[in-house]
Design a protein around this ligand. Structure first.
Ligand code: ZN
Length: 270
C-alpha cells in the first residue's frame, strides 16, 4: 500500500493512494493505524490528490540518522569509511512535508546542502532485535532530505543545529508499506536541484544495511512505532562539488526513490 497524510476541506486524514486519488482510511493518524493493525479500513470517500494538501506522513517520536553510510560519500568529504554506524539525532520539529518550504536565516548559515535519503518508519516496538528479524519491525519506507548547514556542522563539532534547524527534515510524500519493498537494498535514489541531477545512487551501496541499522540502533534505544531512521546519503552532495554548491533563495530540490515517489521542496532565505 502507498499511504499519504493529507488535509482536505473536510479535515485531515490518511489516504490510500490509488492512481491520482486517495481513498480516506478510518485512521487519521499513521501511528494509530500501525497500532490498530487495521490498515485498509476505508471510509468510502475518495479525494483527487490535486485537491489535497500533502502533509508529512507523521511527526516522528525520534529521528535517528546515520552519517557516512555510503563509502563514496564518506570519501567525497575526505572522511574515513566508518567501522560502525555513525549515529546522530535529528529534531522531530525539523520535519516538513512535500511542497513545504525549506527556510533559513541568511545570517545563520550560508552553506545549506542537500542529502537525499531512504527513510525507514518503525511499526512495532523493537529492543535488542536481531539482524535476521529486524525488517519485521518496519512499517514502511518514505523519502527524506537530510538538509545540512555545512558551516554550522563544521563549527559546532556536533550536528544538532546543522541538521536540526526548523524545516531541515523534509519527509514524504508517501509511505510505501514494507510488504511492497521486501528488499530495501535495491532502490535507485536520485537528487536534483533546479532540475539538474546531483546524486544518483543505489541503496545497494549502503555500508550498513537497513536490517543491520535496526538491530544496531535497537541495542541503544527502544525503537517505537513512528520512529524514523534516516539511512545516510549517497555521493553528490553540494559541499563536495568543485567549486562547492549550496542551496539558495528559490532553489528547488527533489529527492526521488523508485517505488516510493518524489519529495520536492523549494528554498527561502530569511
Ligand atoms: Zn544524512
Amino acid at each position: 500500500m502507498k499511504l499519504i497524510r493529507y488535509r482536505h476541506d473536510d479535515g485531515e486524514g490518511i489516504g490510500l493512494v490509488q492512481g491520482d486519488k486517495a481513498a480516506a482510511l478510518a485512521s487519521a493518524d499513521l501511528r494509530e493505524l500501525m497500532l490498530d493493525g487495521v490498515v485498509a479500513e476505508q471510509l468510502g470517500i475518495v479525494h483527487p490528490l490535486d485537491q489535497c494538501t500533502i502533509l508529512p506522513p507523521l511527526i516522528p517520536g525520534k529521528i535517528l540518522a546515520i552519517g557516512r553510510n555510503y563509502a563514496e560519500h564518506a570519501r567525497e568529504l575526505n572522511n574515513e569509511v566508518p567501522a560502525e554506524p555513525l549515529v546522530f539525532a535529528v529534531m522531530p520539529s525539523a520535519v516538513i512535508g512535500d511542497g513545504n518550504v525549506i527556510e533559513w536565516e541568511a545570517a545563520l548559515t550560508s552553506q545549506v546542502d542537500w542529502e537525499g535519503e531512504l527513510a525507514v518508519i518503525i511499526g512495532r516496538t523493537a529492543r535488542r532485535v536481531s539482524h535476521a528479524e529486524a525488517l519485521d519491525f518496519v512499517f514502511g519506507y518514505t523519502i527524506a532530505n537530510d538538509v545540512s548547514a555545512r558551516d554550522l556542522q563544521t563549527r559546532d563539532k556536533q550536528w544538532t543545529r546543522a541538521k536540526g534547524l526548523d524545516t531541515f527534515c523534509p519527509l514524504g510524500p508517501a509511505v510505501v508499506t514494507a510488504d511492497e519493498i521486501p528488499d530495501p537494498q535495491n532502490l535507485r535514489i536520485v537528487t536534483t536541484v533546479d532540475g539538474v541531477e546531483k546524486q544518483n545512487g543505489s541503496t545497494a551501496d549502503m555500508i550498513f544495511s537497513v536490517s543491520f541499522l535496526i538491530a544496531h540502533l535497537s541495542r541503544a534505544f527502544t525503537l517505537n512505532p513512528g520512529d524514523v531512521i534516516l539511512t545516510g546519503t549517497p555521493s553528490g552532495v553540494g559541499k563536495a562539488m568543485n567549486p562547492p554548491e549550496f542551496l539558495g533563495e528559490g532553489s528547488v530540490v527533489s529527492v526521488e526513490i523508485e517505488v516510493i515517489g518524489k519529495l520536492t521542496n523549494s528554498c527561502r532565505m530569511l
